[in-house]
Design a protein. Sequence first.
Length: 607
Amino acid sequence: MVVRKLEIGVLATAFVVLVLDAHGGSGWAATSTRTVVAARLDHTAGAPLYDLLAGVAALLPVGEPAFRLGLLGALLGALTLAGVVAALRALVPKEPAAGVIGAILVGLAPPFRDLLATPNALAACGTVWALAFVLAAPREPGPRTGATTPDHAAGAALAAAALVIGSAPWLGVTLALALALHLRRHARIVVPAVGAIGVAIVLWWFDAPGALPGFHLDLAAAVAASGRGAGAIVIGAGLLGLGIAAATALPRVRILAGFAALVAAHEILVGGAPGALLAIFGVAVAIVPAALVKLVAGELAGGKRDAAVLACGIPLVLAALGTGAALVTDDGTTPRRLVADLIDELPPGPGTFIATRTPSFFALQYERAIAGARPDLDLAPPLPPQRADVVAADALRAGRLVASDAAAFGRLDIQRTRPRGRGFQLLGAVPSVPAAPVAPPADYATAIGADESLVLAIERAQLEAATGHLDRAARAAGLVEHAGSPAGEAGARTSTPYGARFGAADLALLAATQPTRARPSLFGFLPLTAIPRGPWLADVFGDDLAWMAAIQQPTPPLTAPMPRRLHALWREIFEGTLKPDAPEIAALGPAAVAATTAMWTELAPTK
């Protein structure tokens, strides 16, 4: 029998922990938009079965919709972790306790917990249980074993694959076909099961808007999606476990390797199911402590052997905790704070808010659909800059309020913008009233929140620099200390997230500085999108301010991000010590070369 007391214990414990980890806020990105779909009782072509289950969960009379989906996610997550234990038991029957190590590691991985309230959770649950059942089902039909016949296990494996089809269609279809081929000798159960899956597909996709996920070969995105935090430990140790299993000719390891290859290929080609990848590799991870116990303490039995297995897995758990894994990954309030900072200080509509980034768009969408925030504002999704500026211009001509999470985009003039909170009101003319005082960067929680805080700070800083207030730009970018409590009290001054780079004398010099042809602003010409955003963006902006004000600054180290090193080389070009076609620039890559050409064409001093 696949499900036993250990699996039930893991299921119950994990459910309680994940419910405590659930929050009532919208969350970021996919979590937010799925909550909106569930609250409307819609279902999409990308994950119709999950949307149907989420719609049922949204009807629960407890908490707000996001929390209700959190409960569904906690249940699916707990079932996934129990499936890791069940699959390991079927693969290594003598070491069931090793599955607990795999379940703990998967549960600690941020990519698993952060996407519980999304189709990712159902895909992970279905994938790992399909593995558990197929490992329990011999290829040849045979007699009853315990309370489960091989035919029943084969049917359960295909049923689990059907769950994946309804949440990650390409992964589910491929998995179902592979299972049907592998279990073809169980024809009396496989044939009707495949027919039932076909009928379910017709029902699930009937009248479902949207399209199936597209294909895009992106190894870097797959690694980033599944390898964050403890996810890297799961993937790395899982590969080690697969290697050990292959080297020791562990029975049925080919099935596990096949699942791992299939899910990894899906994540690289399609994406959207990092939880399934982590769950399968969680089973592979559990092979490591099981193999260690067999190697060094093979004579132990019973409870002592289980204790030895758990002890061998402790270093892996400690390594996972060392990556910064925590029980609470998002308290749910940060997206709501972002929305309030973007729209609360806007004047009354009617109008249009143009979101330029997906986190702010999904957070605004949730607050409008669920909480009824600012019904006088239409919400425009992220568009290419050359289309978004047309939307803004048309709305301004119609006399409507126009706001955004960016100070300017496309062909819009950044000086025709007024900051409102941490958002921006776009205007048809340059405002005559001075802008509001500059606040330090926001302290939003989570990695996405920190990125939003950085981008909004740079947007405000660029606006201040464009209007000739370089000292205010430094404050907006978080490059100076800001007053805290009254003088003499603890914490009278607080450091910014990006370091107190400019002191009082520097600020006075910045306040008296205007860009010149000899020392122009170079920040806007840098290839800032060539590498992932990070605090280095504020450092580069600070380099640009210091350059314009002739403030002495050291040469960035060789380990500095490419845009920052490129800015230093550009300064040498204007100082006459380097040529625009210098090999030092070519060494930084084609993006640096192209940016240098564009910059020098625009800013080269006239003779």
